[in-house]
Design a protein around this ligand. Structure first.
Ligand SMILES: C[S@@+](CC[C@H](N)C(=O)[O-])C[C@H]1O[C@@H](n2cnc3c(N)ncnc32)[C@H](O)[C@@H]1O
Length: 218
């Protein structure tokens, strides 16, 4: 595993500064809310067609809970790139990957970057997973960029915040904007076939604020 690539000299965006400042607390919340197990179980239920050669992108990885869920799932893949704007979140992710006994941290690369300008060639990835990130950007621009780096026929596991009481509380606390589900469907269909709009089980805390769109790159 490599160290986070430092950003060029530039001013931080508000979102980057915000997540740099809350990364530790956010990480603790994620360790206790069961997201990792929920994501792992959901991924195991899918036929993603991945092999030992497949590359995965966790777009807007934060402190790495989705990447850890993927590791737990046992789904074959060669490696994962965990990309985020927040360097401090990535530092925490890197140490979580290193100390997690079930995780092979050598196959995870941590990269600082923007989901709107992914530093990868077209059609690089066999799977992209993104959870709670596109609420910070234009949905159109974010989905177009994820489609660009996915191979045709490959899947995007898109886990947006859904309109809900808990979603609205998180929207206020975490300073993002929930995209209406009708926009998610309409814009997704420009670049993807909607394979399913799945739900996490109601007894899992992730279900209180998130829904899942399983999308296939056209
Ligand atoms: C609510 S957290 C979700 C983190 C992680 N996906 C999870 O489920 O725990 C949102 C993350 O999106 C990142 N983020 C927001 N805008 C971004 C952008 N334009 N490019 C990359 N990351 C971004 C933030 O830095 C933060 O880590």
């Amino acid at each position: 595993m490599t160290a986070p690539k430092p950003a060029d000299k530039r001013s931080k965006s508000k979102t980057e500064s915000f997540y740099d400042s809350i990364a530790e607390v956010h990480n603790i919340a994620l360790r206790v809310n069961g997201y990792r197990a929920s994501v792992s179980k959901y991924l195991r239920s899918l036929d993603l067609g991945l092999t030992e050669e497949s590359m995965v992108l966790d777009a807007g990885s934060g402190t790495g809970i989705i990447t850890l869920g993927l590791e737990d799932s046992g789904i074959p893949h060669r490696g994962t790139i965990a990309l985020d704007l927040s360097l401090h979140s990535l530092d925490i992710a890197r140490s979580e990957f290193r100390r997690d006994k079930k995780t092979d941290d050598k196959r995870i690369e941590v990269v600082q970057g923007n989901v709107l300008e992914l530093p990868f060639e077209d059609e690089t990835f066999d799977l992209v997973i993104t959870c709670g990130v596109l609420e910070y950007v234009s949905l159109e621009a974010g989905l177009a960029e994820m489609a660009r780096v996915l191979r045709p026929g490959a899947k995007l596991v898109f886990i947006p915040v859904k309109p809900s009481l808990v979603g609205s509380m998180l929207e206020f606390l975490y300073k993002f904007k929930i995209h209406p589900i009708k926009d998610v469907r309409r814009i997704s269909q420009k670049y993807f076939r909607i394979v399913g709009n799945h739900r996490f089980p109601l007894n899992e805390p992730i279900s209180w604020s998130k829904t899942i769109f399983l999308l296939e790159r056209i």
